[in-house]
Design a protein around this ligand. Structure first.
Ligand code: C2O
Length: 536
């Protein structure tokens, strides 16, 4: 193992897309930002220098950060943001992980343009558990707004209404050859007949779950969220913001161009689906006379396609890659996730009310001191540890909702002892919108042991849990009007954020954090903070 050094200069960059130009915040002037290449066991040192007017922080999404929460990145959770003109050295070691992850800004809506891939190769000499591809390609999916994204969310917060949806999706920065402003063309993936390719697909979009497919080619799924899965073939994958998926494709056609499509799933059911992003798979050696095969993306509400994909995901669970599912549980948690409405006398557009989001009816309030610092240095008054294990009142989550959708506000954490095991059932209240919530947990991977539509039944549903080879991930969709059950072991001391990875829902308060106490043994406590940790 070795030490890898990166320098991230956060700078403004004038960028033109969809026939309009704006200044965007970027890392090193790139959209998407630079890819970080590391190996399992490497130590990574990334110096982030903030040259823009915003405060910022960067999160290494999915990296476990064992005992190094100081490098995790969510602003006001594990660190105070890096002020304009200053820098911070993120210092962490990759332990027990290999695969595709990504990094992104973790403050305001800056991750719209501040994101990029993290590729963790296996240790030297360790092969993939699938045939080695001829080539690997990073595919970053994202969203593009013609207007400034900070203005989009600030306007929504003022009005109490939902923010404008994006103007386009992008594949490696391009919306594609068939947009009306196609002068820039789309992303092209050159292939050679007979070769296989590993696509490392990342959904870095702010608010959109996406289907991804390639005309005329099957996708063999081999990994999600940097954990290997039992390989399976599919036409279409579903990928939520915060998720990553590695697929193998074989260039088994002989000629031509094939369209690659990323199209939205469910998440804006009222909005017209007008923004499928397109890219092109291009067989080498074929000149102008090639044909393009069109692919019809799944319709926006193609729930069977989504379910079919999700139900196929299984851990490898072999001696080399065991699935260490916790079999005894210390904390049985039941969290409702969803949207609600609170009074807002100043919100004219929202008729005196505003959209809020909550977990167990608690709308999380961001502190002004980072929670990890408050915990480590015993600073009182920053948070409480009374996050409820269950919702305040039971109701029919998916039928007619409760008359009172109001939430309480607070910076509440749920406390765990080192090595405690947790089963967490996430129940969508499905009352205001038909959206899947991609819930992301920092600091851990978890096993997705069950999933269902309707109200979770604590008597019968656990009987069908998969405790043998459930998929292991860091971000999981809680289906609209349904539930997802996860299990994890709290073997990482620190303060760990959990939130919906649809940025609009996070902004509205669909977030909370776990506090994991230090263990008593060696290597079971938080390492001391670095000297350059930003101050609040
Ligand atoms: Cu990728 Cu807390 O986020």
């Amino acid at each position: 193992c070795r030490v890898r050094h990166y320098k991230f200069n956060v700078v403004l960059k004038n960028t033109t897309k969809l026939c309009s130009s704006k200044q965007i915040v970027t890392v090193n002037g790139k959209f998407p930002g630079p890819t970080i290449y590391v190996r399992e066991d490497d130590t990574v040192l990334i110096k982030v220098v903030n040259h823009v007017q915003y405060n910022l922080s960067i999160h290494w999404h999915g990296i476990r950060q064992l005992r190094t929460g100081w490098a995790d990145g969510p602003a006001y959770i594990t660190q105070c943001p890096i002020p304009s003109g200053q820098s911070y050295l993120y210092n962490f070691t990759i332990t027990g992980q290999r695969g595709t992850l990504f990094w992104h800004a973790h403050i305001l809506w800056l991750r719209a343009t501040v994101h990029g891939a993290v590729v963790i190769l296996p240790k030297r000499g360790v092969p993939y558990p699938f045939p080695a591809p001829h080539k690997e390609v990073v595919v970053v999916l994202a969203e593009w707004w013609k207007s400034d994204t900070e203005a989009v969310i600030n306007e929504a917060l003022k009005s109490g209404l939902a923010p404008n949806v994006s103007d386009a999706h992008t594949i490696n920065g391009h919306s594609g050859p068939i947009s009306s402003c196609s002068s820039q063309g789309g992303f092209t993936l050159p292939v050679k007949s007979g070769n296989t390719y590993l696509l490392r697909i990342i959904n870095a979009a702010l608010n959109e779950e996406l289907f991804f497919k390639i005309a005329g080619h099957k996708l063999t799924v081999v990994e999600v969220d940097a954990t290997y899965v039992k390989p399976f073939k599919t036409d279409t994958i579903l990928i939520a913001p915060g998720q990553t998926t590695n697929v193998l494709i074989t260039a088994d056609q002989t000629s031509g161009k094939y369209l690659v499509a990323a199209s939205p799933f469910m998440d804006a059911p009222i909005t017209v689906d007008n923004n499928t992003a397109m890219a092109t798979l291009h067989y080498a050696g074929m000149l102008a006379t090639t044909t393009t095969t069109l692919t019809a993306p799944p319709p926006q509400n193609a729930t069977p396609v989504a379910n079919n994909f999700l139900n196929s995901l299984r851990s490898i669970n072999s001696n080399t890659y065991p699935a260490r599912v916790p079999l005894t549980i210390d904390h049985n948690l039941f969290f409702t996730v969803g949207l609600g409405i609170n009074p807002c006398p100043t919100c004219k557009a929202g008729n005196g009310s505003r959209a809020v989001a909550s977990i167990n009816n608690v709308t999380f309030v961001m502190p002004t001191t980072a929670l990890l610092q408050a915990h480590y240095f015993n600073i009182n008054g920053v948070f409480t540890t009374d996050f409820p294990a269950n919702p305040p009142h039971v109701f029919n989550y998916t039928g007619s909702g409760p008359s009172n959708l109001q939430t309480t506000r607070g910076t509440k954490l749920y406390k765990l002892k080192y090595n405690d095991t947790v089963e967490l059932v996430l129940q969508d209240t499905g009352i205001l919108t038909a959206e899947t919530h991609p819930i992301h947990l920092h600091g851990f991977n978890f096993f997705v042991v069950g999933r269902g539509i309707g109200n979770y039944d604590p008597k019968n549903d656990p009987k069908s849990f998969n405790l043998v080879d459930p998929v292991e991930r860091n971000t999981v969709g809680v289906p609209s009007g349904g539930w997802t059950a996860i299990r994890f072991r709290a073997d990482n001391p620190g303060v760990w954020f959990m939130h919906c990875h649809l940025e609009v829902h996070t902004t509205w308060g669909l977030k909370m954090a776990f506090l994991v106490e230090n263990g008593k043994g060696p290597n079971q406590s938080i390492i001391p903070p670095p000297k350059d940790l930003p101050k609040c």
